[in-house]
Design a binder for this molecule. Structure first.
Ligand code: NAD
Length: 469
C-alpha cells in the first residue's frame, strides 16, 4: 500500500470497486521503487464499462456539438487546475524531466483539450451536395487504448475528439503509467461530465486491452502503441467490422541538405531524437546528412549528446531521464550492444546512475541504412547518422523504412519543400517548423491508420450520412 494507490475504476460516472482484488504495481523508473497500485481490471469490468457507455450514448450523441463543447470547457478548467500534479505524476511514473513534463506532458494535453472545446462550440455550417444534406454523426462507443510515453496527451487526443464528436468512451491507459489518467477522471467528476460518457478500466493489454478490442459493444477502437499490438487489435476488430484508428511506431528521418544551417539542424535534430529519452514515436532517430557537411554534423551531434545530463528527473540540471521500465532499457541496450557502426557518443560503457533504468545518450555515425539500427524502432536515446550524396539518395534512404510517421528537412526553402513532398510520411517539419497541435497527425505505411488532432481527428470519430431532399 502507498499513498498514491488508486483502488478504483471509473464507470457510469462514479469511482467503483473492480471485480477482482488483483492489482498492478506502478514503478518509479528512476528509483525502481513501487510507488502505487491500480486495479488489474478484467473482461467483466470492461463489460460493465461498455454497458455504461452504451447507456449514455443516445443522450450524449443527441446533444448539440456546442453543448458538448461546454462540457469539454469545464473539463479543461478542472484539468488545468491539476497541471502541477500532472507534471509531477508523469515525472514519477515515467521519469520525464520536470521541465519537459510541465511543458509537454501537462501543457500539450491541455492545449489539445482547449482546442476541441473551442472547435465544438464553433458554428458548424450545413453541408450540401446537390439535393443531399450531408451530416456527421458519432461513430458510437469508442474503446481507447493508450501507451506510456505521453500518457496524458495520448489519452486526451482520443477522448477530447471522441467526446466532441458525440461518442462515449471506455479508456484503458498503459499499465506502466496509469496514474496520470486518474487525474483526468478526477477532473471529469468535478466537471460533471455526464455519467457513462467517460469510463476508465485499468489493467493489462492481454486482459483489458484484448477485451476492449474484441467487445461486440464497442463500435471503434482507437489505439496508440506498437505496430505489433496495432496489428492484433486490427484483427480482433475485423471480425465485427469495427472501425480502427491506429497510431503506431516510427523511424523518422531528419534530412540535412548541404545548404542547411547545419549548427541549428543538428542541435534541434539531437533534441528531437532525445526528447523523453527517445521514447517518442515521431523521434527523428535517423539523421541523414549531405556528405559535404557530414563530418561537421557528426562532431556537432557528438558534442550535443554529451550535453544531455542523465539523472533524477526532479533535478533541475537533468535533461535525460530513465527509460520507462527495465524491459525497455534492456531492449534499447541490446540494440546498442549489437550495433555495427562508428560510436561517437554514449554507448554501452558510459557511466550511469546505479539505480534506475538509464541508457546513455548515444550517437552512431556511418550507419548502414539497411541495418537493424536504421530499420528498427529503438525507442531510446539512440541516434543514427547516415551520409548521402544528393537529394535523390536522401529521399531513397528516408523512404527505406516500413514506417512513415514524421520527419524533418533542413535547407533552402524551395528545395527543402520538394524533398519534404517526396517523403512518404504523415508529417514533415521544414527548418524546425513548430509542432502544430491542430494539424492532422498520423502515419503512412506501418505507422498507422487514420489521423488525430484538430478537425481531422474529430472526423475519425464521425460517420457521414447523406439525406436526400
Ligand atoms: P504496446 O503496444 O505494448 O502497448 C500499448 C497499449 O496497448 C497498452 O495500453 C497495452 O496495455 C495495450 N496492449 C498490449 N497488448 C494488447 C493486446 N493484445 N490487445 C489490446 N491492447 C494491448 O506499446 P507500448 O510499449 O506501450 O508503447 C510503445 C510503442 O508505441 C512504440 O512502438 C511507439 O512508437 C508507439 N507509439 C506510437 C505513437 C503514435 O502516435 N504513432 C505514440 C506513442 C507510442
Amino acid at each position: 500500500m502507498t499513498s498514491l494507490d488508486r483502488p478504483h475504476l471509473f464507470i457510469g460516472g462514479a469511482w467503483v470497486p473492480p471485480s477482482s482484488a488483483a492489482t498492478i504495481g506502478v514503478e518509479n523508473p528512476a528509483t525502481e521503487e513501487t510507488i502505487a497500485h491500480v486495479p488489474a481490471g478484467t473482461a467483466d469490468d470492461v463489460d460493465r464499462a461498455v454497458t455504461a457507455a452504451r447507456d449514455a450514448f443516445d443522450s450524449w450523441a443527441g446533444r448539440s456539438m456546442a453543448d458538448r463543447g461546454e462540457v469539454l470547457d469545464r473539463l479543461h478548467t478542472a484539468l488545468a487546475a491539476r497541471a502541477g500534479d500532472i507534471a509531477k505524476t508523469v515525472g514519477l511514473e515515467l521519469g520525464t524531466p520536470l521541465k519537459v513534463a510541465k511543458a509537454v506532458q501537462a501543457g500539450l494535453p491541455l492545449t489539445v483539450l482547449r482546442g476541441y472545446a473551442d472547435l465544438a462550440v464553433r458554428p458548424q455550417p450545413a453541408e450540401t451536395i446537390g439535393n443531399s444534406l450531408v451530416v456527421h454523426e458519432p461513430v458510437g462507443v469508442v474503446g481507447a487504448i493508450t501507451p506510456w510515453n505521453y500518457p496524458l496527451h495520448q489519452v486526451v487526443a482520443k477522448v477530447a475528439a471522441a467526446l466532441a464528436a458525440g461518442c462515449t468512451v471506455v479508456l484503458k491507459p498503459s499499465e506502466l503509467t496509469p496514474l496520470v489518467a486518474y487525474l483526468l477522471f478526477d477532473a471529469a467528476l468535478e466537471a460533471e461530465v455526464p455519467r457513462g460518457v467517460l469510463n476508465l478500466v485499468t489493467g493489462t493489454g492481454a486482459e483489458v486491452g484484448a477485451a476492449i478490442a474484441g467487445h461486440p459493444g464497442i463500435d471503434m477502437v482507437s489505439f496508440t502503441g506498437s505496430t505489433a499490438t496495432g496489428r492484433a487489435i486490427s484483427h480482433a476488430a475485423a471480425d465485427r467490422i469495427a472501425r480502427v484508428a491506429l497510431e503506431l511506431g516510427g523511424k523518422s528521418a531528419n534530412v540535412i541538405l548541404e545548404d542547411a544551417d547545419v549548427v541549428k539542424a543538428v542541435k534541434v535534430g539531437v533534441g528531437n531524437a532525445f526528447l523523453n529519452s527517445g521514447q517518442t514515436c515521431t523521434a527523428w532517430t535517423r539523421m541523414l546528412v549531405h556528405r559535404s557537411v557530414y563530418d561537421e554534423a557528426v562532431s556537432l551531434a557528438a558534442k550535443a549528446a554529451a550535453g544531455y545530463t542523465v539523472g533524477d528527473p526532479f533535478d533541475e540540471g537533468t535533461r535525460l531521464g530513465p527509460l520507462v521500465s527495465a524491459a525497455q532499457r534492456d531492449r534499447v541496450r541490446g540494440f546498442v550492444d549489437r550495433a555495427d557502426a562508428r560510436l561517437v557518443a554514449g554507448g554501452p560503457d558510459a557511466v550511469l546512475p546505479e539505480k534506475g533504468h538509464f541508457v546513455a545518450p548515444t550517437v552512431f555515425a556511418d550507419v548502414d541504412p539497411a541495418s537493424e539500427l536504421a530499420q528498427e524502432e529503438i525507442f531510446g536515446p539512440v541516434l543514427s547518422i547516415i551520409p548521402f550524396a544528393d537529394d535523390d539518395e536522401a529521399v531513397a534512404i528516408a523512404n527505406n523504412s516500413r514506417y512513415g510517421l514524421a520527419g524533418g528537412v533542413w535547407g533552402s526553402a524551395d528545395r527543402a519543400l520538394a524533398v519534404a513532398r517526396r517523403m512518404r510520411t504523415g508529417a514533415v517539419d521544414i527548418n524546425g517548423g513548430a509542432f502544430n497541435p491542430v494539424a492532422p497527425f498520423g502515419g503512412y505505411k506501418q505507422s498507422g491508420v487514420g489521423r488525430e488532432l484538430g478537425e481531422y481527428g474529430l472526423a475519425e470519430f464521425q460517420q457521414t450520412k447523406a439525406i436526400q431532399r
